[in-house]
Design a protein around this ligand. Structure first.
Ligand code: FAQ
Length: 330
């Protein structure tokens, strides 16, 4: 059984003997690959862990609009501008589906936003890196959306129904995003020597931050064991990172670009690439708020929240008026 398998790798996962009868019945549903729906009984820890992961995922989609939004007015052609605009709008949609999925667990979007702004909730580390050139739009689509898909395709089979269903649509759109990024990279890599240098520079800067998107190594991951026992996560952080490297290195070769890792080598025995781990000190520093753009990203979210106050107040007043009119009509 899954829970027993995970027990050997530890980190607070209860054995069947330690579970209450309700928890055992819940785990049996998970092990039978049944979807858990909002009104079903669930352990508090399952609910909290899902709110944490889905909420952080939603924040990532919304904050993730900022580095690309930065380039909408500077896209090199009208066609590129329209495509980028559509992509950034898609990310807003992803954030909304995910906030809605988290709300089915009893948390409000306002509360999640307050947690983001106060630093209690995170968003993906990748969005704390700047986008300096147009080639970065290619690298973000190719690598960042590529890493997001690698992580999110298995999440279509996650145990919580609303999250799994949100992921189906999100993954379709992310595939388009990844292709548009690769298309930009192809144009740049096949362009003038200066354009090729820009493409290589973007790959150099985004390679390790993209590998960090999968989270810390399995040995230091806090939530993986329990999340995998509950099928909130289907794969471990290291498994997905390896799959991403194996998929992306041949794409870089096709582009004629060099992955910035001297330790990169095909390992026939494991059927995958050996590669150099990201700098985990840098990763944890970015998580703590010390990345190149953390302060700027949070300021932008704070400003959007403050600027939107009148809309929220107006909607609430409208809601109150309609309720009062409804009561009066009755
Ligand atoms: N950045 O115990 P674990 C996108 C935190 S969507 C920041 O291994 P877990 C689309 C983690 O939260 C990208 N924090 O955690 C797009 C935990 O802290 P906590 C987002 C990170 O949850 C593309 C602590 O470290 N995708 O890009 C990161 O089991 C282009 C310990 O870590 C998702 O959110 C990180 N990279 O595994 C948009 C997918 N990694 O909460 C615009 C869903 C770890 O205790 C443009 N999420 N942490 O304070 C997941 O699959 C998981 O949550 C992981 C982390 C794999 C991210």
């Amino acid at each position: 059984m899954y829970a027993q398998m995970v027990k050997s790798t530890g980190r607070g996962v209860k054995s069947p003997e330690e579970m209450t009868p309700e928890e055992r019945a819940f785990q049996a549903r998970i092990d039978a690959d049944e979807k858990i729906e909002p009104r079903d009984w669930m352990p508090d820890g399952y609910r909290k862990n899902l709110i944490r992961q889905i909420g952080q995922h939603a924040h990532s989609e919304i904050v993730g609009q900022l580095p690309e939004g930065n380039w909408i007015t500077r896209a090199p052609t009208l066609e590129r501008k329209m495509i980028l605009l559509a992509k950034v709008q898609d990310e807003a949609g992803h954030g909304l589906y995910l906030y809605a999925a988290a709300e089915t667990l009893g948390v409000s979007r306002d509360a999640m936003t307050e947690d983001l702004l106060s630093g209690r909730m995170k968003y993906s580390s990748i969005f704390n890196y700047p986008t300096l050139t147009w080639a970065d739009m290619g690298a973000v689509g190719w690598l960042v959306d590529g890493a997001a898909i690698m992580n999110q395709v298995p999440l279509q089979r996650t145990s919580y129904g609303p999250y799994a269903r949100a992921m189906v649509r999100i993954c379709k759109e992310e595939s388009f995003h990844q292709r548009q990024g690769f298309d930009i990279m192809m144009k740049m890599a096949q362009g003038s020597p200066a354009q090729k240098r820009m493409a290589q520079d973007a790959l150099n800067r985004f390679w390790y931050p993209s590998l960090m998107m999968f989270g810390p190594s399995d040995a230091t991951s806090v939530h993986s064991a329990q999340s995998m026992a509950w099928r909130i996560k289907i794969n471990s952080n290291d498994e997905l990172r390896q799959k991403f490297v194996d998929q992306t290195v041949p794409q870089a070769e096709y582009l004629g670009l060099t992955v910035p890792d001297d330790g990169l080598a095909w390992n026939a025995e494991k059927g995958g690439y050996d590669f150099t781990e990201p700098d985990w000190e840098e990763f944890f520093a970015v998580l703590k708020g010390d990345g190149p753009c953390n302060a700027e990203r949070l300021q932008a979210r704070q400003k959007a929240w403050d600027d939107g106050a009148w809309v929220r107040e107006g909607l609430l007043a409208h809601g109150r008026k309609r309720r009062a009119a409804g009561i009066a009509a009755q």
